[in-house]
Every structure is written in structure tokens, then in C-alpha cells.
Design a protein around this ligand. Structure first.
Ligand SMILES: Nc1ncnc2c1ncn2[C@@H]1O[C@H](COP(=O)(O)OP(=O)(O)OP(=O)(O)O)[C@@H](O)[C@H]1O
Length: 351
């Protein structure tokens, strides 16, 4: 059982320190798999990290009466200059308990199916190869609860199927606490749900009810924006009922690409005749991008059991920072001098 009592969490940044999680009280029974749902930024990954013990709450407590994994996801937890085998060996020594290190290495190698690359440095791996290794590594240990942060949405089709089968095979022996934007996957693997909204958590015995509550919020937001409910007009496309998961993914990525293209076009077309309002909206978007890049960078740093290759996160963060500065310069030259850069630095050490 995992017991969360009066839990509060906030991050201190240049905006101040809004609560991400407020007074969370949850009892997650043994053997019940739970899906965490909520809008982007609702605090799902934060809650997973807290449950894993990789981050500390501002107030409150988490009692884990069982073995809980680290959040399994794409970002890994690997040392880039060491080989896959060396990384696995290192983690096996830390987490393996009485399990035989060589056995663990073999099990991970079998699951990951990355061939000779297993003995190559991790920095030469594709993201899919890292995901395979990371997933295999977590499965090699007998956790009572596996934490999954979009772990089943990485890799190719065959790997996704293998990943979800691996979780299903754990049913009866272990449970899952899972963040996924794939509703099919949540319904397939979880019984209960927790819906995060405005820092609060609501428990639902049935994952479908948690998903329905989440949809109701999304619909409400769309209504407030004057959009037609049910239209795929926001960042989260509606899915055609009855579509297979592969179709849903492809539909989602197609729509995402279209939205990104529209966004890029909107950004670049603002160069001529851009209004103050458009520029302010561009700056707001750039600031939000920077927040996301910063959070990903911080997440990657906080995630690590061992040092990870942080360069891609760092590059993304720097790029977002630069784009925000450029947008602010454009706004500033449009509206005259102002203290545009004063609050744009998120205070993250980029080195
Ligand atoms: N290390 C950090 N430093 C500062 N703010 C952070 C950090 N990690 C997360 N945040 C902020 O906390 C809030 C919750 O983030 P979190 O990643 O937990 O949300 P989420 O529900 O998992 O989002 P998504 O669905 O987009 O992955 C966001 O506003 C995010 O910007």
C-alpha cells in the first residue's frame, strides 16, 4: 500500500512558487493499477517522482510499504560514456539486492534486443534503444509497484506491444502507477484512476470515470475559449471512436504536426505588420516553451540514478531561451524600450 498524506509540492522559479500539488491524500492499495490523468502541467510526473522518492515534498508524507520502481520513461538514467552493459551492471549493484548481477544483465540484454550495441557507449544509442534498455532494466527487478511515465508510448510498434505485454505479465505479482496520454493503454492496464486538477487529486475506483472527469474539464476549457466541444481544435486531438491504437497514434502525430506547422507559420508571418498584441502573445508562447524546456532539463537532472547525457535537454533549453529573447527583442523594438529581459531568465544553471 502507498499512503500519501497532506502532500504539498511547489517549485521555486522566477514566477514565484505556485503550488503544483496541494493537500494530496491518497491510499493506493496493493495490487491495484492506477492511471494518473490531467492536463499538461497538472503535476502527473511530479507526483510520480515524489512517489518514487526522487523528489521531496514541501509538506506532507508518502509511506511506501512496498518496493517501488523509478519512473520508467524515455529519459533513461544512463551514463553516456559507459556501455549499456556497464550501466546495467552499475544499477544492478545498486538495486539488485540478492539478485545475481550477471542474471540481471542477461535479462536486460534479452529484453532490450539491441544486439551488439549493448557493448557500445550509450551516447551512440538512438532514443528507442535507450528506451528499450531502460524498460528492460526496470523489469529486471522485482518491484511491487512499477511507475511508468509514458513508458509505453516510446519505441516502434513492436516495442510498444512488447512493453505493454511486459506490464500485463506483471499483473498479479505487481501493480502499476502510470501516466499515459494513450487512453486505450490506461483502460487496458489500469483499474483505478487519479485525476489531477488545480493541484488537487481525486481518486476514482474506475479508470474510465477518471478519464471522463478529465474530458469534462477539457470540454469546459474549450467552451470557455468559444470552441466547439468535440472538435480537435486544441493540442489534444479527439480520437475517432473505434480507431485502433496505432491509428490513434498516427492521427495524433499527424494533427500535432499540422498544429506545429500552423504555429510556425503564425510565428513567422508575424514578422511583417505584427501588432503589439500578436507580439505579446508570441512572447507568452515562447515563455511557456522555455518553461517546458526548463522543466524537461530539470526533470532529466533530477531523474538520474547515475549521470545522464544532459546535452539534448540543455540544447533545447538554450534554444527556447534564445527564442524567448528574440521574441522579447521584437516586442521591445515594437513598443519602445522596456525591461523585457528582467524576468525571462528561469534561473537554471545551464552548465
Ligand atoms: N524541475 C522543475 N522546476 C520547475 N518547475 C517544474 C519542474 N518540474 C515541473 N515543473 C512545473 O510543475 C508543473 C507540473 O509539471 P509536471 O511535469 O509534473 O506535469 P505533468 O502533468 O506531468 O505534465 P505533462 O502532461 O505535460 O507531462 C508544470 O507547471 C511544470 O512547469
Amino acid at each position: 500500500m502507498i499512503e500519501i498524506r497532506n502532500l504539498y509540492k511547489r517549485y521555486h522559479n522566477h514566477h514565484g512558487s505556485d503550488w503544483v500539488l496541494r493537500n494530496i491524500n491518497l491510499t493506493i492499495p496493493m495490487g491495484v493499477s492506477v492511471g494518473l490523468v490531467g492536463r499538461n502541467g497538472a503535476g502527473k510526473s511530479t507526483l510520480l517522482r515524489l512517489i518514487a522518492g526522487m523528489d521531496v515534498p514541501e509538506r506532507g508524507s508518502i509511506h511506501r510499504g512496498c518496493r517501488v520502481s523509478w519512473p520508467i520513461g524515455l529519459s533513461g538514467g544512463f551514463q553516456g560514456s559507459m556501455t549499456g552493459r556497464q550501466n546495467v551492471k552499475f544499477v544492478a549493484r545498486v538495486h539488485g539486492g540478492r539478485q545475481n548481477v550477471e542474471d540481471i544483465i542477461e535479462r536486460v540484454r534479452d529484453f532490450a534486443e539491441i544486439g551488439e550495441a549493448f557493448d557500445e557507449p550509450i551516447k551512440t544509442y538512438s532514443s528507442g534503444m535507450r528506451a528499450r534498455l531502460n524498460f528492460g532494466l526496470s523489469l529486471a527487478f522485482d518491484f511491487d509497484v512499477y511507475l511508468s511515465d509514458e513508458a509505453t508510448s516510446v519505441g516502434d510498434r513492436a516495442f510498444k506491444a512488447k512493453a505493454s505485454k511486459a506490464f500485463k505479465d506483471k499483473v498479479g505479482k505487481a501493480s502499476l502507477i502510470m501516466v499515459s496520454h494513450g487512453e486505450g493503454m490506461l483502460k487496458e492496464l489500469c483499474q483505478a484512476g487519479v485525476y489531477l486538477q488545480n493541484g488537487r487529486a481525486t481518486w476514482y475506483d474506475d479508470i474510465k470515470d477518471a478519464i471522463a472527469a478529465y474530458h469534462a474539464e477539457a470540454d469546459e476549457v474549450r467552451k470557455q475559449r468559444g470552441e466547439k466541444v468535440g472538435q480537435a481544435t486544441s493540442g489534444k486531438p479527439q480520437q475517432r471512436p473505434g480507431a485502433s491504437q496505432e491509428e490513434q497514434h498516427s492521427q495524433q502525430s499527424k494533427t500535432k504536426k499540422q498544429l506545429e506547422a500552423q504555429q510556425a507559420q503564425a510565428d513567422s508571418s508575424m514578422q511583417e505588420g505584427e501588432t503589439q498584441e500578436e507580439l505579446e502573445s508570441l512572447v507568452a508562447r515562447r515563455r511557456a516553451d522555455l518553461e517546458v524546456a526548463k522543466a524537461a532539463f530539470e526533470h532529466a537532472k533530477a531523474m538520474q540514478l547515475v549521470e545522464v547525457d544532459l546535452k539534448p535537454y540543455q540544447r533545447r533549453f538554450r534554444k527556447a531561451n534564445k527564442q524567448l529573447q528574440q521574441a522579447e527583442e521584437r516586442l521591445s523594438s515594437h513598443s519602445g524600450p522596456r525591461d523585457a529581459g528582467a524576468d525571462s531568465q528561469p534561473g537554471v544553471n545551464q552548465d
